[in-house]
Ligand binder design. Structure first.
Ligand SMILES: [Zn+2]
Length: 449
């Protein structure tokens, strides 16, 4: 918590049963579907910790509190790390929507008169701001400059194309069209299996061998949309919904990194006593539930919305995410609109890294966890060290190193050698750059003799 800047605040606000609390560091607290004599007091003495005291005033019916945490701005809570405990420290079940983890529904057990809503520091500590200077060497002795590129292959922004709910049109339309363009898609699947009593078809299960063929080819990415897209009512069910879907996907990509995107899905309810972080960590998932532009035709003007979003992400050098459901006439997105969006992406292809969500997440995370330091340098060479603190078994996306040689060197003859003295080929086109593994290593850049 020490790395997150905050202003210590102490606010006590009272509310009657009808009123809604105006603000506690941006947190909102309400009664859920209740009007009656019961009242609560919410106080916040620490950032990311909220105490709610309940005075039932004789109320016998069950009470539920709705707590909404700010997820943007200065007061934003790390919603994936939030849990709720009673006064004796027991974790309480909390219900949330699959794509709004910052909105909590807390049923107050009988006899509980006080709860604490708090963010728990994750095992690896809070994410630290990554100073840009760690990823650059501007060396005086060699006059060379080395930098880990913002994005691979000299691109200025990234784009991911996501497809939700494992619909048959993903295999019949989306993948063949993506292949025409040479683009990679991320498919958020519900592997099932079909449950007795459920009327829903699990097309992923029924088309398993087709997906197997796609994954063998290796040009598309699978991601976790939970086993059944129906939420969970307990910790154990949540484990199964996330864990069994992850297992099904891992089976289709043996030997590859287990890291994948997770999105629990809109319109689903999840009840758990644990933080979302605990599930993300246990199953090597990263949260991909927000920040994406929905491309269903029903929203209207999607092609223009995408054009605008892409332009702004290119301008700021950021990761632009969009997502589709079903592709085809009278389905969520017409083939024409889908192709028009892909045409726009193609227009900007020289500046865009179009990749899977896990690829992009890995590159960003590795880059933020990297540090370059000078080992030794003279007029003709620079020896430097790369440190990368990500787990190499999960984070295996190669990094791009940009090199600006000394003006005194012949730029055509600059070479990069790895720890074993092996020459690393430079990328073709654009500035001088090299693709390197995302692991700790020492390199030498020098003018070729
Ligand atoms: Zn969905």
């Amino acid at each position: 918590m020490q790395t997150i800047r905050f202003i210590l605040f102490f606010l006590v606000l009272m509310a009657t049963s009808q009123a809604q609390l105006p603000d506690i560091g941006g947190v909102m607290v309400f009664w859920e579907h209740y009007s009656g004599p019961a009242a609560f007091t919410a106080t916040s003495a620490d950032p990311f910790q909220l105490r709610v005291h309940v005075d039932r005033q004789g109320e016998a019916q069950p009470l539920t509190l709705r707590v909404e945490l700010p997820n943007t701005g200065r007061n934003a809570w790390p919603a994936n790390d939030v849990e709720v405990r009673n006064e004796s420290g027991t974790a309480l079940p909390v219900q949330r929507s699959g794509i709004e983890w910052e909105k909590l529904l807390i049923s107050l057990p009988e006899g509980v008169s006080s709860i604490v809503v708090q963010a728990v520091e994750p095992p690896g500590g809070w994410p630290k701001p990554a100073p840009e200077k760690d990823r650059v060497i501007q060396d005086g002795a060699s006059s060379a400059r080395v930098r880990i590129a913002n994005w691979p292959h000299g691109r200025t922004a990234a784009l991911s194309l996501r497809f939700d709910d494992s619909h048959p049109t993903h295999l019949s339309r989306a993948i063949p069209i993506l292949r025409e363009y040479g683009f990679k898609g991320t498919f958020m699947v519900n592997p099932g299996p079909k449950e007795s009593g459920s009327r829903q078809n699990y097309s992923f299960e029924m088309q398993h061998s087709e997906w197997e063929t796609v994954m063998k080819k290796g040009d598309m990415e699978l991601a976790n949309h939970s086993a059944h897209h129906r939420g969970a009512r307990s910790d154990a069910e949540m484990d199964v919904e996330i864990g069994s879907a992850a297992e099904a996907i891992w089976k289709l990509s043996p030997g590859r990194s287990k890291l994948m995107a997770l999105n629990l899905g809109g319109g689903t309810r999840w009840e758990t006593t644990r933080t979302l972080r605990s599930y993300l960590d246990r199953y090597h998932q990263f949260d991909a539930s927000s920040g994406s532009l929905g491309m269903d035709d029903i929203y209207g003007g999607r092609v223009e919305a995408f054009r605008k979003a892409l332009a702004s992400h290119l301008e700021r050098g950021l990761w632009c995410r969009i997502h589709y459901h079903y592709i085809g006439e009278n389905l969520s997105s017409s083939e024409e609109n889908f192709r028009t969006a892909l045409d726009i992406a193609k227009e900007h292809q020289d500046k865009l890294w179009i990749a899977g969500m896990a690829d992009i997440h890995k590159y960003q995370t590795e880059r933020n966890a990297s540090k370059l330091t000078v080992v030794k340098a003279d007029e003709r060479s620079l020896t430097f060290q790369l440190a990368v603190s990500t787990d190499a078994s999960l984070y295996d996306q190669p990094l791009t190193l940009e090199v600006e040689p000394s003006p005194a060197w012949n730029a055509q003859q600059v070479i990069l050698l790895d720890q074993q003295g092996t020459r690393i080929p430079s990328e073709t086109g654009g500035a001088l750059s090299f693709v390197i593994p995302p692991h700790a290593s020492t390199f030498v850049v020098r003018a070729s003799p």
